[in-house]
Design a protein around this ligand. Sequence first.
Ligand code: CO
Ligand code: CO
Length: 330
Amino acid sequence: MGLTELSELIQSLPPITHPDVLVGINNVDDAGVYKLTDDIALIQTVDVFTPVVDEPYHYGQIAAANSLSDVYAMGGKPLTALNIAGFPKGKMSLEMMGEILKGAMDKAQEAECQIIGGHTLDDDELKFGLAVTGIVHPEHIVTNANAQPDDRLILTKPLGMGILTTALKAGKLSDDVVQKITAIMMQLNKTAAEKMVLYKAHSATDITGFGLLGHAYEMANASNVSMVLYANHIPYLPEVLIKTKEGRYIPGGTINNKLFLDKYVMFSDSIDEDERMIFFDAQTSGGLLISISKETADEFLKELHENGVKDAAIIGEVIPEESKKIKVIK
Ligand code: CO
Ligand code: CO
């Protein structure tokens, strides 16, 4: 079953009408939100995936950063987490599992989030991730449904992780590029999230499996707007264009994104097929896509750059709803 069929199936489930469910299974958002008191709402999310890098300690950190990201995308603060691991007994050493858990724990510490338990099951293939619980003020939830015409769109991490990790699996990535993408995927979206709350961003989501265009499409759809993206301003590593041109490293998820999204996205003729593919590329532990008022955007971007979110860039703007949800221009 494809991603889109699955999300249609989930949305066809009976709606949840409980008054304290602020963001539920019927919303296409990053995490669920449940109101506990007038001041505190719980954010809950879970994510698990197979290794994207060879080093187990780094894989643990990336998986943790990725799982924590859905709490950050909603403007929340993670509090606690549970490990979830599929463990191929006999095929993998316990020591390696220990390295993964250590990576997750160190990353959770950096996020000031406590891992307080977990669950392991037998699996043919190694899988790992966290179920994360966070909090947010019920009136300050940042959803993906409030992008407003004239807003500026900011992306906080470069693209290309899907294509580059596929090249890595094929043994076709140089060590320095492996280091670069590992550092990008391990980076928490913590600072970006804290600053976007401070600067009263209208809307946000994190860029993961659906790629930049998929998550932008979801935000545009939920907000009843369209978006114009400037291809020249969208950050990606130069190496990804080289690997894309070689043609062999396009992950299945990226191809599915392109197939599904083609009818909603319009490109300028001057953007070639290879570059388009990068904008569809499925990401692991990607950055936040933030919609923020035009007046605040430049100052917010400066604040991000000064606080270590160095790749953040204004990549587009929100326009009133049109038939095409996304236009990518050059
Ligand atoms: Co997400
Ligand atoms: Co997620």
